[in-house]
Structure formats: C-alpha cells, structure tokens
Design a protein around this ligand. Structure first.
Ligand code: PHE
Length: 345
C-alpha cells in the first residue's frame, strides 16, 4: 500500500512540475493551486483521505510522504508567485525599490566546505585534482598497494565486498587512486584525490561506515622525506594557522616506507592547557597518515623505483571537522540538522 502511494505521489510531483512549467498567467497559477491544494478535492486532500486505508504501522510514513509533497507544492507555488504572478494577480503596484523579501540562502555542507578549502591549498601548490570510483577493484585497493594476503583490512568484517563479484569492493580508503593515477600517467605526478571511503564500522562518535578522505601523491626524480615534511607543513600552516608545529611519529602502512603519522600542535592551546577541550591536554592532534611511496608499489604501477621516488598522504575530512570546528560527534554531520550545518560554510 505504502509503496503504491509513494509511487503515485512521485507521479503527482512530476505532473505538478510539468504543469507549473507551462503556467502563463496568474489565473492559471491560481487554478493550479486549487487543483492541488483545495481542501475538498485537491490532489493533496485525496492522498490524505487514503491514510484511512493504511495499516497503522504504515500511517506515519505515509503521512510524512504526503506532507512532504504538500510542502513541496506550497513552496513551488509561492516561489512561482514571488517570481511575478502574485503582484499581477492582486493588481498590486510593484515597487522595485522595496527591499527584497529574504530568501534562505543555501551553503556548502561542512564536509564539502572543508574539502574545497583543502583543494584550494593544494591547487595553489600546483597539484591537480583526480577523482576516482567508489566501487573499486580489490587489486587497486589492496594488492597493488602491497597489502599482504592476510592483512586484517581484507577481512569481510572490515570491508564491504560486492555480492557475486569477488574482485569488487567499496574502497576502504582513497589510496587506490594512487595506483590508478600511476598506471595511467608518467611522472612527474602531483595529485590530490578527495572522495568517499567505506569501512564496515559500527557508527559511533568517531566512526561511520561511509566517510571522506583526501589523498595526496607526488612522484618525481629525487623526491625525499623532507619534501613530504615541507609540503605537509605548508599545508597545515595554511589550513590550521601560521604557528602550527608538526610532529612526525613512526607509523605503518603497507604502501609507504617509511611511514609516518602526523600530529599538529594544538591550535587552540598550543599545549599550554591541561584541560584543553580540543587536544585534551596532550598538546597534539593526530591528523593524517603519510610516507614515502613503497618501491614495490611504484614497481606494481610500472614506475622504476631506481629512477623515481615519491610521497603520499591521506587525511580524513570528518576528522578535520571534529578537530578544527569542534564537532563532537561525526554522526551530527550526516543528520542534516540545519541548526548545526547552518553554522558553517
Ligand atoms: N590510506 C591510509 C588510511 O586510510 C592513509 C594513508 C594515505 C597513509 C597515504 C599513507 C599514505 O589510513
């Protein structure tokens, strides 16, 4: 019942859209409004009348779908009215010097906003942006990145595999873009690759099965660790503030050697406050993983490690949102609550 109703609402939404497009006069607009919103036999009322026939369990959802449709129709009609018919309809004199009525202005979601800022900084450093697929080959997500056969990330517990396709999965990080790019281009390479990544994590305040990362990759002759340090330092100072200090800790990723976890000094208290809400008194904030591209990864992608070397890094955008903007629980970012999202962007 509810599926059928939803389909019909969808159909009504489409015909309403077509009808609205062909409106030529205030009279036609009023007639359209009557047809959809009239209490007695309007399309919306007819949908509402059918609620009685719904199972109790379906009623709330059905009601919600009808209400959304009603709000959509009302908003579209009043936007069309504001666009010119309303004044004409009432015969009111249009005073063009009056202040415009306030329209809500959309803005970027915090995740998109942060991604854009990160992109801007790397574009200024001469990087290109390369986007890649979210459904990825096992070979690019793991094998060519030097993941040993029994690495835990390859477990069904940790990764979403596609049923019936042993070789396809939802990428667990943006690093397969390193492989794709190296296979398709010759050095020098200098890219960042932002996008979604997926892991079979239960949602909690710091985990989500879908999240966002920005990957970085640079390959050229004579690239060494200080290039990585300099690049990340330039990025962090530009993004977090000019006085930020970086700390590199030894880390492990199968596709980089050596690997480093990077922390920045706390931009709020710089390590001076034991009760700092941002760094919890440690003075440091972990922000990304990085390292020199493993020679085997270069070889896997047809690049001679005797001739070329490179570095790579990857950072989580949700993590940045939490660290930089004090978002306490990353689930808030996906709940579409305008009270939160309206504060950013
Ligand atoms: N892909 C790693 C992760 O998701 C991050 C990383 C990227 C580490 C590039 C080193 C180099 O944790």
């Amino acid at each position: 019942m509810i599926d059928e109703l939803k389909k019909e609402i969808e159909g009504a939404r489409r015909s309403f859209g077509h009808e609205l497009e062909s409106i030529q006069s205030p009279e036609q607009l009023a007639a359209l409004k009557e047809r959809y919103l009239s209490r007695k036999k309007g399309v919306v009322s007819q949908f509402l009348a059918r609620l009685k026939g719904c199972l109790p369990a379906e009623k709330p959802l059905a009601g919600q779908a009808i209400n959304q449709f009603k709000e959509f129709v009302e908003a579209a009609l009043s936007a069309a009215g504001a666009a010119g018919f309303a004044a004409a309809a009432s015969g009111a004199w249009d005073d063009p010097s009056l202040p415009a009525s306030e329209l809500p202005v959309g803005r970027f979601h915090l995740i998109a906003d942060i991604q854009g800022r990160i992109e801007d900084i790397f574009l200024q450093l001469g990087y290109e942006i390369a986007a890649g697929p979210e459904v990825e080959r096992d070979e690019y997500n793991f094998t060519k990145l030097n993941f040993p056969e029994h690495h835990p990330a390859r477990d069904e517990q940790d990764t979403f595999f596609l049923e019936g396709h042993d070789d396809l999965l939802l990428r667990t990080h943006t690093s397969p873009m390193q492989v794709r790019y190296m296979l398709g281009h010759r050095p020098p390479l200098k890219i960042i690759s932002p996008g979604k990544a997926f892991r079979k994590d239960d949602p909690d305040s710091t985990h989500s099965p879908c999240f966002h990362q920005v990957e970085g990759l640079l390959v050229d002759r004579g690239i060494h660790f200080s290039h990585l340090k300099g690049t990340l330092e330039a990025f962090c100072r530009s993004f977090y503030g000019p006085d930020i200090v970086l700390r590199f800790r030894p880390g492990y990723f199968p596709f980089t050697e050596p690997s480093a976890e990077v922390d920045i000094s706390c931009f709020l208290c710089a390590g001076r406050k034991t009760d700092c809400r941002v760094c919890k008194g440690t003075g440091w904030l972990e922000i990304l993983g990085s390292g020199m591209v493993h020679p085997q990864v270069l070889r896997n992608c047809g690049i001679d490690p005797e001739e070329y070397s490179g570095f790579a890094f990857g950072m989580g955008i949700e993590r940045v949102a939490m660290v930089k903007y004090g978002v306490p629980d990353l689930r808030l970012l996906y709940e579409n609550d305008l009270r939160l999202l309206g504060q950013f962007g």
